[in-house]
Design a protein around this ligand. Structure first.
Ligand SMILES: [Fe+2]
Length: 265
């Protein structure tokens, strides 16, 4: 038994894990899964996994999901390259709080991101928002109101704009709208989370006049400072998060940045 060394962030939004993923053991994978369920996002600093090792590590968490909007890496079908060049204009890919591909009927459960080439520390951070904490802090009447409601999630929600640039160079031809409905309250290991992706939610099923007001209320509540953490990348770092319990957002930056993304079904 080799126990992992880990440290939650001060506001309990996510957890740093200090281990070399090149030599991670089976029992440690189980521990990582437990921490992922508990904290929603895990940060692995100072890693040096090559693409093959990265894919292998990710396969411990399930089978990889296909991303309908981009073509995969030419040699590794599980990896999607998220790249931004210094000369690119417009928003960064994924700028604005969201949870990945929530417009799909079965959205990917987990997302891995690995830093291949990043701007200097403090630029190009990823923001994470813990939705266990956001749910707990909701007023009682809102908890009751949303308990059985379903959000309408669309691939053409607000965040679609940030993907246009990536699709221009690596896109698939499938640009039709994809829509799904999901419960706004989900549960992981008996703990409730808010599942409402501000980048994708365009309505609430079976709710008339109050839809917009409720979406606006939730969207601003979900990203309050108490539930958020800004992660700064260095080359090699890996983040792994649960799309059911976290929102995330890219931040604006200038410079070259290349990330390898794997999503898990
Ligand atoms: Fe994302």
């Amino acid at each position: 038994m080799s126990k992992l060394t880990f440290e939650p962030t001060s506001n309990k939004v996510g957890c740093y894990i200090y281990t070399d993923l090149k030599v991670v053991k089976k029992d440690q994978i189980n521990e990582i899964k437990n921490l992922l369920n508990k904290y929603g996002v895990l940060f692995f600093k100072n890693q040096s996994l090559n693409p093959e090792e990265y894919v292998n590590f990710s396969s411990n968490f399930g089978s990889s999901a296909e991303y309908p909007m981009l073509k995969p890496h030419k040699d590794f079908k599980d990896i999607y390259v998220i790249e931004r060049k210094k000369t690119d204009t417009g928003k960064s890919f994924g700028e604005g709080p969201h949870t990945d591909s929530s417009y799909l009927k079965n959205p990917p459960r987990y997302t891995f991101l690995q830093a291949i080439d990043v701007p200097k520390v403090g630029e190009g951070n990823t923001l994470f928002y813990n939705q266990f904490l956001a749910y707990e802090a909701l007023p009682k009447d809102i908890k009751e109101k949303i308990e059985n409601l379903k959000g309408i999630f669309s691939s053409q929600g607000k965040i679609a704009k940030t993907r246009e640039l990536r699709m221009a160079d690596h896109g698939t031809s499938g640009t039709r709208e994809i829509k799904s409905e999901h419960k706004l309250v989900q549960s992981i290991d008996g703990r409730k989370t808010i599942y409402c992706s501000p980048g994708h939610v365009i309505g609430i099923a079976n709710l008339n006049s109050e839809q917009e007001e409720l979406i606006n209320f939730l969207s601003s509540h979900q990203i309050k400072k108490n539930f958020s953490y800004s992660f700064g990348w260095k080359k090699g770092d890996i983040a792994l998060w649960s799309n059911r319990s976290m929102l995330h957002a890219a931040t604006a930056f200038n410079g070259n940045r290349k990330m390898f993304r794997i999503t898990i079904q």
